[in-house]
Design a protein around this ligand. Structure first.
Ligand code: NAD
Ligand code: LMR
Length: 337
């Protein structure tokens, strides 16, 4: 059996050291970017990956040649530009999508919609055509809209599987674990905080009351901690001062999520991750909650669990923005020719 909140990978070290398992072809779309390169490095280091397929509209031959010299099992192929997208995707088990522009200071994630909606729609179209059964993990922002976009594009092709299209929110969980551990003097690798809702500002809802191990904070500290988790992306955007948003911590989080998907695909039991998915758990069509992963994607949505009054209000406050972002993504695909 699994406990409700399992820390699935407890760091990446396990994946860097275990012996090889089942073969999996994993594609990274946007592989030459700030997230794409370190994410591809982490995936190349894992015995869970037998073929690492790197796609971008720039620089993939160089990134692929570089990574291909690493002495691990994964075969690396580089694919450049739309005419090579089919080859990148054919036979893929998992597709991870960090392709898209990042924020600059003063921008919201929604300000990225105009550029990234088209990129994600194009790449989801490629997945629908060339690897319709693959698990799709979207990192590109605004996640609250790019997941509905990916879903609607897959639906148009008649290949949408709600259990296999994920918005990657793992960085919110990684941050929550780190910040709680800092405040309580704990080992962050042993802290597990579920984060539900979406992936933008107040739609990010950390459930500190469900933290394992149990932790308690005075009200003012709980508010400040919650606010810091909700605005942690902006903290990095400001610190990078125009040079982009989180890349290294996102690569870590994206690798953690991908390894969990692959572990579950390989039959490991009790793998739980939070992710933004099609959901019946609240009044939002898409919502992030802890998910039990299995061989074919989501095995069971574990739902919100018991919330404190403070967390109930956070969830209620997230709904309007989430619903608007979801509708914006759906409307975008409906308006596509
Ligand atoms: P980046 O600009 O460094 O890299 C993006 C890459 O995408 C570039 O290499 C670019 O060539 C490529 N690209 C652009 N259009 C493409 C297309 N049509 N097909 C394939 N590749 C294409 O940006 P980054 O820092 O890596 O961030 C990427 C995205 O991830 C942003 O939208 C950012 O907001 C998002 N992000 C999400 C999270 C999260 O928690 N989900 C965290 C951090 C960043
Ligand atoms: C993050 O949370 O770091 C990402 O969504 C990038 C951003 O724009 O903040």
């Amino acid at each position: 059996m699994f406990s409700r909140i399992v820390r699935p990978t407890a760091g990446l070290a396990r994946c860097l050291s275990t012996s090889s398992r089942d073969a999996a072809k994993v594609a990274v779309l946007g592989a030459a970017g700030g997230i794409g390169q370190p994410l591809s490095l982490l995936l190349k280091n894992s015995p869970l990956v037998s073929h690492l397929s790197l796609y971008d509209i720039a620089h993939t031959p160089g990134v692929a040649a570089d990574l291909s010299h690493i002495e691990t099992r994964a075969k690396v192929t580089g694919h450049l530009g739309p005419e090579q997208l089919a080859a990148a995707l054919k036979g893929c088990d998992v597709v991870v999508i960090p392709a898209g522009v990042p924020r600059k200071p003063g921008m919201t994630r929604d300000d990225l919609f105009n550029t990234n909606a088209t990129i994600v729609a194009t790449l989801a179209d490629g997945c629908a055509r060339h690897c319709p059964g693959a698990t799709i993990c979207v990192i590109a922002n605004p996640v609250n809209s790019t997941i509905p976009i990916a879903a609607e594009v897959m639906k148009k092709h008649g290949v949408y599987n709600p259990g296999k299209v994920f918005g990657v929110t793992t960085l919110d969980i990684v941050r929550a674990n780190t910040f709680v551990a800092e405040l309580k003097g704990l080992d962050p690798a042993r802290v597990s905080v579920p984060v539900v809702g979406g992936h933008a500002g107040k739609t990010i809802v950390p459930l500190i009351s469900q933290c394992a191990p149990k932790v308690a904070f005075p009200d003012d500290q709980l508010s400040a901690l919650t606010g810091r988790i909700q605005e942690a992306g902006t903290e990095v955007v400001k610190a990078k001062a125009g040079a982009g948003s989180a890349t290294l911590s996102m690569a870590y989080a994206g690798a953690r999520f991908t390894f969990s998907v692959l572990d579950a695909m390989n039959g490991k039991e009790g793998v739980v991750e939070c992710a933004f998915v099609r959901s019946e758990e609240t009044g939002c069509k898409y919502f992030s909650t802890p998910l039990l992963l299995g061989r074919n994607g989501i095995e069971k949505n574990l739902g919100l669990g018991k919330l404190s009054a403070f967390e109930e209000k956070l969830v209620a406050d997230a709904m309007d923005e989430l619903n608007a972002s979801i509708k914006k993504g759906e409307d975008f695909v409906a308006s596509m020719k």
